[in-house]
Design a protein around this ligand. Structure first.
Ligand SMILES: NC(=O)c1ccc[n+]([C@@H]2O[C@H](COP(=O)([O-])OP(=O)(O)OC[C@H]3O[C@@H](n4cnc5c(N)ncnc54)[C@H](O)[C@@H]3O)[C@@H](O)[C@H]2O)c1
Length: 340
């Protein structure tokens, strides 16, 4: 079986991708420093997949440790690189924490397997587009000046990977620009585990519904959108996980050369207020919410054009907003009853 190194494999998207890799016949090897994940996620994975995948607790900023990992795991044919810090607001407050972690980890893992024919999937983000001029935004839209150090790490990393490719690297590379991953595994055994106050809408909704938070604040209802609240392209994390399998499969073909980039979303935008009402409808839970002022750094609206992903990556989403809500809610209830 083809061995795939999953960096950040105990995190939200990484853990779901481990499951989909196994479903697709790959052998995932997890590396994570647990800086934003819980070690018990490995036990949760065992409940889903029936065995304990190899796991290395390692900070990829440790250059020597990462080199040693490559010696211990020489047969890696693919790397999915999730390991990074991701809190946009925190990156504005502590930029060097973000530049340090997101670049050192990327450079060290690339150097460790340099010279080997490895297929590399990079976790990028729709933040590279800022507020696009045209919607839905396509992959060829101009990349805007990053609104945060976090966004900048994704932009620079994409450029770096492209330059590396042009110079004839042994890696093939695909950058996946995720829109807004939400939801949880249908077993409700893994899901998003935000540390502290959630920065994203879905965990805020489910934590409010379960009583952990008093109310949700909708940041602005005076945007130029049909109901005045911001619009995002929410994608179920299981659909997103499958996009990584599709990226590996594409790079395994003879015809794929070098570097490419894909939007990974549903191609449809939903407003914050629509999401709140949809949650109430699909779960029967009433949500306490209020309208507040706009939040700095939020863009008005973004959703992706996924034509290229459908055509070239041969991947598309299958799960709707209702399934996203229901699975996120099931996970919140599970974790309330079975704290990790
Ligand atoms: N969740 C989103 O909304 C979103 C959107 C776009 C892009 N992304 C990107 O997708 C990737 C995964 O996101 P996620 O939501 O699963 O985040 P997450 O924080 O749940 O997972 C990241 C994992 O990486 C680990 N990690 C961080 N730095 C590390 C290091 N130096 N060495 C080893 N492990 C390290 C963390 O412990 C965590 O388990 C990130 O690169 C993120 O920037 C996420």
């Amino acid at each position: 079986m083809a061995k795939i190194l999953v960096t950040g494999g105990l995190g939200f998207i990484g853990s779901h991708t481990v499951v989909e890799l196994i479903n697709a016949g790959y052998e995932p090897v997890i590396v994570d420093d647990l800086s934003n994940s819980d070690p018990k996620i490995i036990d949760q994975l065992v409940k889903i997949i029936g065995y304990k995948p190899p796991f290395y607790k390692l900070d990829l900023c440790d250059e020597q440790g990462t080199k040693e990992l490559a010696v211990k795991e020489p047969d890696i044919v693919g790397i999915i690189h999730f390991a990074a810090f991701k809190a946009v607001g925190e990156s504005v407050q502590q930029p060097m924490k973000y530049y340090r972690n997101n670049f050192y980890s990327l450079l060290n893992i690339l150097n460790a397997y340099d010279g080997k024919p490895v297929n590399f999937v990079f976790s990028s983000s729709c933040t590279v587009y800022g507020q696009p001029d045209n919607l839905p935004v396509t992959e060829s839209a101009p990349v805007k000046t990053a609104e945060s150090p976090y966004g900048n790490t994704k932009q620079i990393a994409e450029e770096m990977l492209m330059d590396m490719q042009k110079a004839g690297s042994s890696y093939k590379v695909i950058s996946l620009r995720y829109f807004n991953p939400v939801g949880a595994h249908p077993t409700a055994l893994i899901g998003e585990l935000p540390i502290g106050v959630p920065q994203n809408l879905f965990p805020f909704i489910t934590q409010t519904a379960i009583g952990k938070r008093e109310k949700i604040t909708v940041f602005g209802d005076d945007y130029n959108t049909p109901d005045g609240s911001c619009i995002r392209d929410y994608i179920h994390v299981v659909d997103l996980a499958k996009a990584h399998v599709a990226a590996l499969k594409l790079m395994e073909t003879e015809t794929f050369k070098g570097y490419d980039v894909f939007n990974i979303g549903t191609g449809k935008g939903s407003s914050v207020l629509e999401v709140i009402h949809a949650f109430e409808q699909s779960t029967g839970e009433k949500l306490n919410y209020q309208i507040g002022p706009r939040r700095g750094g939020d863009i008005e609206q973004v959703w992706g054009d996924v034509t290229k992903s459908k055509k070239v990556l041969k991947w598309k989403t299958e799960l709707d907003l209702d399934t996203m809500m229901q699975s996120a809610w099931d996970w919140e209830k599970y974790i309330a009853q079975n704290p990790l």
